[in-house]
Design a protein around this ligand. Structure first.
Ligand SMILES: *Cc1c(COP(=O)(O)O)cnc(C)c1O
Length: 442
């Protein structure tokens, strides 16, 4: 019997039963995914129509190798034949060790220790605990605040949320529950193209003085600087000069703060470097990775730290890092992630460099649309910023009719395509973004 015979359509069964991200129970109907393969999703719309679309979102930036990738499928099947999960308290296993070995080998700077967490937000929580425990180990337990910049996004759990942009984030919905972190101004905007990095030198100097002053004034309260290197993702797909990271590195060194790089969105080649920190030639003390880590197969994140950070905590009174999720270092996820990292180190550099050029070409015509405020590309990230908030369901539906899945937010229609996208796929994504924008805002 076919799976759906005699049953109401998937979307009907979903309605009122399932919450979707940041959506009302009676919000716009979702599309049902019935199959996925390579860069394509098979969708059924609420009206019963079916669409085969290119996933221009890589499933929220994770599925970089495409769906049903033979290498990742094989890694998953092999590990299923061994064991899917065991606790990590008192036990260890090959998949966790092999993945950690790979991560420390490719990370920017000398990373020595790895903590596996079950999602990006949780890895940020762990990084914050680590920063506070580091300061305790250094005899400064009063240092518990984080310094970050406006416009960021670090996740949806409470501590991660406290570092998201205080206006664009969820601070106002949970007053009293969100920790009071210290916010420096947002770095000036930059663009990257064939002529390298472009930005306003004076704006950069102003930002630098403001950042240094703020850090100096609060040095005795601060545990760490937390930042998304070069590209602020969910906070606005905003690109800023790598030079800002060098300033943060210096400030962190001046006051013995940890520099925590949240590379959950940017790691593994997305910005055109294996890690976005490489744009600034800096090494963080702590780095969070997630999203593309498993190629979108399973949820997994990792916190990497230097030998120095590890040794301060190890020689403190607590000695242990005070965290330990049930699904820590899940073997199935780790085995797939090791295969994903191997694909990335072999292919991503070349794939992303090609996609960057193709995105530049595919999105350039958007500059001529009256409703378009800015078009920017960095690595395999292509952004069309409108002069108003996007009508998300209308633009998404118009793109679906053109064979492409996008999920705009705020004033942004953007793509973070799978690395396995062909030149034709990228051209189709660009055409659909422009066509859908024109259709909705003609
Ligand atoms: C997505 C994201 C997170 C949160 O990761 P989840 O897996 O959704 O918890 C944190 N920081 C950055 C920069 C992200 O892009």
């Amino acid at each position: 019997m076919p799976k759906t015979a005699q049953r109401p359509a998937l979307i009907e069964r979903d309605r009122g039963l399932l919450w979707h991200p940041y959506a009302a129970l009676d919000g716009p109907a979702p599309y049902a995914v019935t199959a996925a393969d390579g860069v394509h999703l098979q969708l059924t719309a609420a009206d019963g129509q079916t669409h085969r679309v290119i996933d221009a979102m890589s499933s929220w930036w994770c599925a970089v190798h495409g769906y049903r990738n033979p290498t990742l499928d094989a890694a998953a099947a092999d590990q299923l034949g061994e064991f899917s999960h065991v606790m990590f308290g008192g036990l260890t296993h090959e998949p966790a060790i092999a993945l950690a070995e790979r991560l420390v080998a490719i990370a920017p700077g000398p990373m020595a220790h790895v903590f596996f967490a079950d999602s990006g937000s949780v890895s940020v929580e762990v990084a914050l605990k680590l920063a506070v425990q580091y300061q305790i180990g250094r005899g400064r337990p009063q240092r518990q605040r984080m310094l970050t910049v406006r416009g960021g996004y670090h996740g949806d759990t409470f501590a991660a949320m406290s570092m998201c942009d205080p206006v664009g984030g969820m601070h106002s919905a949970f007053p009293g529950l969100v920790a009071g972190q210290l916010f420096a101004p947002r770095p000036p905007q930059a663009s990257y193209g064939p002529d390298g990095w472009q930005y306003d030198e004076e704006a950069l100097q102003d930002w630098e003085s403001a950042f240094r002053e703020l850090a100096a004034a609060h040095r005795d309260e601060l545990a760490a600087i937390v930042v998304e290197p070069v590209l602020q993702g969910a906070g606005g797909m905003y690109i800023y000069p790598p030079q800002c990271l060098r300033v943060m590195r210096e400030v962190a060194d001046d006051y013995d703060l940890l520099l925590i790089a949240d590379e959950i969105a940017t790691a593994f080649g997305r910005t055109g470097r294996l890690f976005a920190c490489e744009w600034a030639d800096i090494a963080p003390d702590v780095m969070c990775v997630g999203k593309a880590l498993t190629g979108g197969y399973l949820t997994l994140a990792a916190v990497l730290m230097t030998e120095r950070v590890g040794s301060v905590i190890a020689s403190s009174e607590l000695r242990a890092l005070l965290h330990g999720p049930t699904f820590m270092a899940n073997p199935l996820a780790c085995a797939i992630a090791a295969a994903s990292v191997d694909l990335i180190t072999t292919h991503a550099g070349e794939q992303v460099a090609r996609i960057e050029g193709e995105l530049q070409a595919a999105l350039a015509p958007a500059r001529d649309l009256p409703v378009v405020h800015d078009v920017r590309v960095l690595g395999a990230v292509g952004v069309v910023q409108l002069d108003r908030d996007v009508d998300v369901p209308a633009v998404a539906a118009a793109a679906v009719r053109r064979g492409v899945w996008v999920r705009p937010f705020r004033d942004l229609v953007y793509t973070m395509p799978p690395y396995v996208s062909s030149a034709e796929h990228i051209a189709a994504i660009g055409a659909a973004i422009i066509g859908a924008t024109c259709e909705v805002y003609r």
